[in-house]
Design a protein. Structure first.
Length: 707
């Protein structure tokens, strides 16, 4: 049973599919909006895509956008999925596995979905011309530098950088009117200068500032957190209005040396305050600050800051977490953002999907190598975050409390959405976009969710080639506990796949056969949960007796049976203890969510925060568009940037259908029909017409704008 469980988990890692056949649908239409693909409109799912003409898989995150004139500048990030693989590779190559063999396993797991890129390359700032439709690289960052912010301020555009490498400087980059790029602020440390807002006639950025001096007793500070205000007279002068001392214990949280890399995640303004969010391992926190009033205690910069959501505010639950006191050490609600819409402040949360995926993958690799690891441990982060629906809260200005918008929570419950990634406003409506981890989590559950049978023939052949490479690697391995099992099972798998690719048709029955593997695991779980007690009771019934008259051989036989049954009981208890039932339960939960959900980011919009319209549930018909991190509202529509760490980030344009706008006039002497209804149109000059096109017309005593 233990080998069976190990094998099921191992095969789930290397067998089966990652996607269905490509779907090319680059324009979506509804009764009130149209979404059109702007970048590489001829490319579809699982085709090399990206912003640049011809395709670019590396600049996979369209983090933020800013516009000046006809040009839109897109701050991009290099392929995060590739970077994470490169980051974890040394832990395996250090034990003797070659980098090529490590990537061969990655290819088999993902069917080649993750490109093997150069981790040292910097990201690009890409310019899109709205008139010509052309994309060009406007700026290339230094090695290991990415961009997470772009904002227009006056006639200039400012960009904020990020790097996971603490030896690389982070900076604010300015693009002036003449097309020159200049670094106007720099700091050290693996931080992100991504938080940004305008307040009181100044441009603000936030993150960290290594110019700060740590006070005696504060040597444990992890991040020199800072909110910076740009001088309007000198772009290189950035004065602090807050430092690490204004954020309490948040500055000491080790999360700031991790993947999060953003001591301050987001800024927004509301009711005369700047609101700032920060990640912590106990759940995100929110602060607000402004120039100190007479009755407020000012910091050394003349500002007053206070926590409004977190561990010490006394009004909101810690980090807006589901658990009182926060959830230290989990991957839930680590990060939050704020956004003001229609004069109200919204907050939304972010789970660590990559952390859960990395933990699961590392655990399964260790299992393949014969190490004694439990699925219940390495699936824990993923399991917990999937149970945590992503939420939106709205600040009640009277009570000071952030109140959950439960109608939105209902949209993310039971889904594989792990972030609320971005909010934006266009045409009077609030847009809310997510990150959906289903495409990543499929790599864990691909054996049992039926996706293998949904592959195209080309995808099956590609998968087979990758698996053959892994088989050769594993057959050469020596010393693993499961070496013999792996060899025999992999040879059977190899033979099965070679025949399967050519002979097994794709139909509902075959899909159901694979899906039924989940039921097999569920039956195993149920059986194991009840069988131990039943078996123990049967043993005790067999050897117990109320007859006190047994003598001689019968008594000796009873003692012998009792001894044997006692040993059998110990053996059964030992076997039962080795079945990781908790791990099976968590795997089944993850598998059900992954198999039952549409993958690809979700996009919603609302006018009041109560009723929501669904724009897409599947990343605009591309499941590899797993996230939507950027919006830019323009006169022609809402530009939407995607994250696709597989085949390249993309750019879309959403436009609303025109609506008739009416203005009441005093004209009432228009011709009517017999039943009193108007049946003619008049131009604004009073000329009758039967064919109104664009412009102003009079109908039913009103001025009507026809667009």
């Amino acid at each position: 049973m233990n080998h069976f469980t190990q094998w099921m988990m191992a095969v789930a890692l290397i067998c089966s599919a990652t996607s269905a056949s490509a779907q090319t649908a680059n324009t979506e239409e509804s009764k009130n909006y149209t979404v059109t693909k702007i970048s590489n409109p001829d490319r579809g799912e699982r085709q090399v895509d990206g912003l640049m003409s011809g395709g670019d898989r590396e600049n996979s995150y369209t983090w933020r956008m800013a516009m000046r004139g006809d040009e839109i500048y897109i701050a991009t990030t290099r392929n995060i999925a590739s970077a994470l693989v490169n980051m974890y590779a040394p832990s395996f190559t250090a034990s003797g596995m070659s980098l090529d063999n490590f990537w061969a396993i990655i290819d088999a797991v993902t069917n080649g979905d993750i490109p093997r890129n150069d981790a040292n390359e910097g990201a690009n700032i890409i310019c899109y011309n709205r008139q010509t439709g052309e994309f060009r690289v406007a700026y290339t960052g230094e090695s290991r530098v990415y961009y997470r912010m772009a904002v227009t301020y006056g006639d200039d555009i400012y960009f904020g950088s990020y790097s996971y490498d603490p030896s690389v400087s982070q900076y604010i980059l300015k693009l002036d009117q003449d097309g020159n790029f200049t670094k106007v602020f720099e700091t050290m440390g693996s931080v992100s200068l991504r938080a940004n807002c305008e307040y009181d006639g100044h441009l603000f950025f936030a993150g960290a500032d290594d110019r700060e001096v740590i006070a005696p007793g504060d040597e444990g500070v992890v991040a020199k957190m800072a909110v910076l205000r740009k001088s309007n007279d000198d772009d290189t002068v950035w004065d602090r209005v807050a430092d690490y001392r204004d954020f309490g214990q948040t500055a000491f949280d080790p999360i700031h040396t991790s993947w999060a890399g953003a001591p301050i995640w987001e800024l927004a303004t509301h009711n005369g305050y700047i609101y700032a969010t920060a990640p912590t391992h106990a759940g995100f926190v929110i602060y607000k600050g402004h120039p100190a009033a007479a009755d407020e205690t000012a910091n050394e910069y003349g500002w007053y800051w206070q926590e409004v959501a977190g561990t010490t505010n006394g009004i909101n639950n810690p980090g807006l977490s589901d658990v009182e006191g926060g959830e230290v050490g989990t991957m839930r609600s680590l990060i939050g953002s704020v956004y003001e819409y229609n004069g109200q402040l919204y907050a939304y949360n972010f789970d660590h999907a990559f952390g859960g995926e990395a933990a699961a993958f590392a655990g399964m690799m260790q299992k393949l190598a014969g190490q004694d690891v439990k699925a219940s441990d390495y699936l824990d982060y993923m399991y917990n975050s999937l149970q945590n629906p992503q939420k939106v809260w709205r600040l009640n200005d009277e009570t000071g409390k952030f109140e959950e918008l439960t109608n939105f929570t209902a949209l993310t419950e039971g889904t594989t959405n792990e972030y609320i990634w971005r909010m934006g406003e266009y045409d009077g409506q609030l847009y809310i976009a997510t990150m959906d981890a289903g495409i990543f989590y499929n790599y864990l559950t691909q054996l049992t969710n039926g996706s293998f049978l949904k592959m195209s023939m080309e995808e099956r052949l590609t998968k087979l080639a990758y698996i053959k490479s892994v088989i050769q690697i594993l057959l050469q391995a020596k010393g693993e506990e499961l070496a013999d099992t792996l060899r025999s099972m992999l040879e059977m798998l190899k033979s099965f796949l070679e025949n399967y690719v050519e002979t097994v048709p794709i139909d509902d029955e075959n899909v159901q056969t694979i899906i039924n593997i989940e039921q097999l695991l569920a039956d195993l779980q149920s059986m194991a949960a009840t069988s131990k007690d039943a078996i123990m009771q049967m043993i005790m019934d067999a050897i117990s007796s109320d007859d006190d008259d047994q003598e001689g051989e019968e008594a000796g036989l009873e003692d012998f049976i009792r001894q044997m049954m006692s040993k059998l009981q110990d053996t059964l208890s030992d076997l039962y203890s080795k079945i990781d039932m908790e791990g099976i339960q968590k795997y089944l939960y993850i598998n059900r969510l992954v198999s039952s959900n549409e993958w690809g980011f979700d996009l919603f919009r609302t006018s009041d925060g109560e009723a929501y319209e669904v724009i897409t549930r599947n990343g605009f018909n591309d499941r590899y568009n797993y996230g939507c991190p950027s919006f830019l509202a323009t006169e022609e529509g809402l530009y939407i940037g995607t994250c696709n760490p597989f085949y390249g980030g993309q750019l879309y344009l959403l436009t609303n259908e025109p609506e008739e706008k009416e203005v009441t006039t005093g004209i009432t002497d228009l011709q009517t029909t017999a039943n009193g209804q108007r049946d003619v149109w008049y131009t604004i000059n009073g000329q009758r017409t039967t064919n109104p096109t664009k412009g102003l017309y009079i109908q039913n005593g009103k001025v009507v704008v026809v667009k």
